[in-house]
Write a protein that binds this ligand. Structure first.
Ligand code: BTN
Length: 259
């Protein structure tokens, strides 16, 4: 398990990770961070754990990770921009993590819409963004990050679809070092988007995306939409050319159709 001294020692940020809550085991770091945020925790506060008993994924799914093998943490942010920019937050988070992962592993990351990170076509990181707002203003957002660092085995429905950094780069990594790199990278992208500069982030995200121009299926609950992924909309939605028209989607699971 991490100690506060070890983590703080490697952190070079001004805000992100300056306040840390560390747990051996917890239900969900997102749930815990939300409680702290509601009690007025400051921006950049991080909740990190070695193991989650009720880790949350997108669409109400469960996020599973073996104890001591992954990075499981949530950051509280208090963006000042309006709620119409919420859809852009995943892009800063994904791009920041992808850059940090590339730096520590030397491997190329792929960004999968809206907020997954893949290496060699397998998912190594998922992000769950939860926010609270009122009167068109964000109170806070929680960025929950599950990054498979050293986990060896992925069984059941994860087999062949999920991976870890160590499985792909062949060496066991120091989770503390990966965490500190992520803090720095996220903070620098967050500084950019806080000034309204989403363009750089979106450009960098797109440079790691592989779906544009490809035939995809987008699944939203019981709906399956077929089309070609065209581009990102200015609000972070995915523009898809279907048989009949262009549509913009704001949620869903995308699969590239093998041709
Ligand atoms: C996804 O479905 O891809 C998103 C998964 C996000 C999992 C992380 S693990 C840390 C944080 N706490 C949670 O309960 N979920 C997120």
């Amino acid at each position: 398990m991490y100690t506060e001294e070890e983590l703080k020692h490697g952190i070079t940020t001004q805000v992100f990770g300056r306040k840390l809550f560390i747990y051996n085991s917890i239900d969900s770091t997102n749930a815990c961070a939300k409680t702290f945020a509601n009690k007025g925790a400051e921006e950049g506060t991080v909740v990190i754990t070695d193991y989650q008993t009720a880790g949350r994924g997108r669409f109400g799914r469960i996020w599973l990770a073996e104890p001591g093998s992954s990075l499981l943490f949530s950051i509280i942010i208090q963006p000042t921009f309006s709620t119409d920019k919420i859809g852009l937050l995943p892009f800063f988070a994904t791009t920041g993590i992808a850059l940090a992962v590339e730096t520590v592993t030397g491997m190329q990351c792929e960004c999968k819409w809206p907020n997954d990170i893949l290496i060699n076509k397998k998912k190594c990181c998922g992000i769950l963004l939860e926010s609270t707002s009122h009167q068109n203003k964000l109170d806070y957002a929680i960025i929950g990050i599950g990054l498979n660092v050293n986990q060896r085995n992925f069984i059941g429905e994860l087999e062949g679809k999920a991976t870890s950094l160590s499985n792909e780069c062949g060496i066991k990594l120091d989770r503390r070092n990966v965490f500190c790199k992520i803090m720095s990278s996220l903070e620098s992208y967050y500084t950019e988007v806080s000034k309204g500069n989403f363009d750089t982030v979106l450009m960098e995200w797109k440079s790691r995306a592989t779906i544009f121009g490809k035939r995809i299926t987008l699944t939203q609950a019981a709906d399956v939409i077929d089309g070609v992924a065209i581009d990102l909309a200015p609000d972070g939605g995915l523009i898809v050319e279907t048989e009949t028209c262009q549509r913009v989607f704001h949620a869903g699971d995308v699969t590239v159709v093998k041709q």
